[in-house]
Design a protein around this ligand. Sequence first.
Ligand code: GLC
Length: 583
Amino acid sequence: MIVPKGIRDELRWFYEARFGMFVHFGLYSLLGRGEWAMYHEEIPRGTYSRLMDDFNPHLFDADAWVQLARDAGARYITATAKHHDGFCLFDSALTDFKITNTPFKRDLIGELVRACQKHGMRIILYYSQPDWHHPNYVHCPGAFKDLTHPPETDRPDWPAYQRYYIGQVEELCRNYGSIDGIWFDGSHKSVDAWQGKAVYALIKRYQPHAVVNDRARYGDFFTPERTLPEDLTGYLFESCESVSPVAWGYRRNSPSYTTPHLVRSLVKMAAAGGNYLLNVGPQPDGRIPDRQAQVMREIGAWLRVNGQAVYQTDPVRLPAPRIRKRTAGASATEPFVALAGRTGVTRGGNTIYFHCLEWPEIDRFIIPGIQSAVRQVRLLGSDQVIRFEQSDLGVELFDLPATPPNAQVQVFALLCDLAPGVTEDASVGQEAEPAVIELNARGSTTLPAHLAIQDGRAVKGSRLVVEQDNERQTTVLSGWMVPEQEAHWILMCPEDGDWQVSVYGSCPVSSEEAVVRITVQGQALSAALPDPQAAQNAGSPYPKVIAGTVRLAAGRAVLTLHPEKLVWGYVLGKIEKVQLDRA
Ligand code: GLC
């Protein structure tokens, strides 16, 4: 398991925080084309490094950043101490490529951490292990975030780079007093490559309550990016998004998401039990762009009214509420319809919070699933007490105002007698009944991708993906990143006997390392997936590889496939199917 499931006491502050402000700032901010400019524009390392001469965010004010986070209602700040370009915003003793060697001269991270400590704001430091500057970093050309043409003067030396990176993490944990977490960003290499477990232990040694994200492949919480997964409840997780849809670092004339959209996203994550980390990208002078600051403050205004429904709450999965339409002449007999997907529910203390992501065209609601007696219903942000009745059908709210009290998410607070008991929606998170595949004793049986039952999460909380291959009219399993990801098929074997097991698939690059392991009834087989050249020779993107023969007893069996060796330690390839032939 990459991320331990469950919430330990020392991490509780993070689970309860629900909202953080992300900050991407660095040399790239000078260019105004996002934090990947060096990579995408193939700016030579020497040219890029000369940006240091112009780096002087003279209007940077750590207190102002912290004040903005407070105004936004954020409970923590996550700020880039070093991004992929390798430039350090802290005074590292291990490199000259750092902020104290620019005209600015000051240790920005040090100032920010002190300001956070002073104002009671939590601070997490983002640290990118991928490094486009350090000569010892080993690039796998073709791998995400690695350079395709690293300078010839580089001296690739992985142990040396590991010492550098771990040394810098230690500096961050040791030199600034109390910090609240480290946020890595190298999900494209393996836990061994990053020494993820040892680094995790190192961080906790210095800062026991600090949280560590999943992108050194071992940590406390998952970090889905620019998505709002609703199926990670029970794990610690934080979904990150940027106010700018196009970049994390400063980008001139960047568009911005609207405040209602961002509030809805925050609510969706709270209702799934996760945090929302929203990014701003300061300008070259060190100030946060006005438009982004304004959006953050608008979210803060919403949270000042509705924060009790967000912070320190737990997610609740009630069955979908039902509504009656407000159409002209609607009669009392008009049927109720389910309002699925447009609401979110949390609970805190004795109160259930019912969030309406859209103000529905109705004047009455039924909220099913609340078992405790409801004493009072209020709409947060208005003085109005809502008329309601509680019956076997649920809590029915009447006479809702025709227009909502604000333009964002409306929250009904249902105050109960006791900590509310609820009937959770049993269908949430339930997979369909798995198919049982009857083995053909005379010929071949196919275990196709789309019938696989999945298990295990990879970095960012990701699952395997069932891809449609339209050209070949088939489905394939992709997104394999860790050995913990498994595909299972349930078999019914008609008789005792030997079966030959084959895998159809391939890996994306030349490699001898893409190996899958297949287990069934206590027996294990391995098969190496062919590389693209072999696939081309075979005339199929998913050539057949015979893994071996197993002896099966008549009856039910579960066949499991998972990566045994991953190319570069993190990617496997695509698997179309497993096939069993009576031997
Ligand atoms: C991606 C981007 C990176 C950004 C990060 C935030 O990994 O490569 O630029 O910092 O997302 O989650």
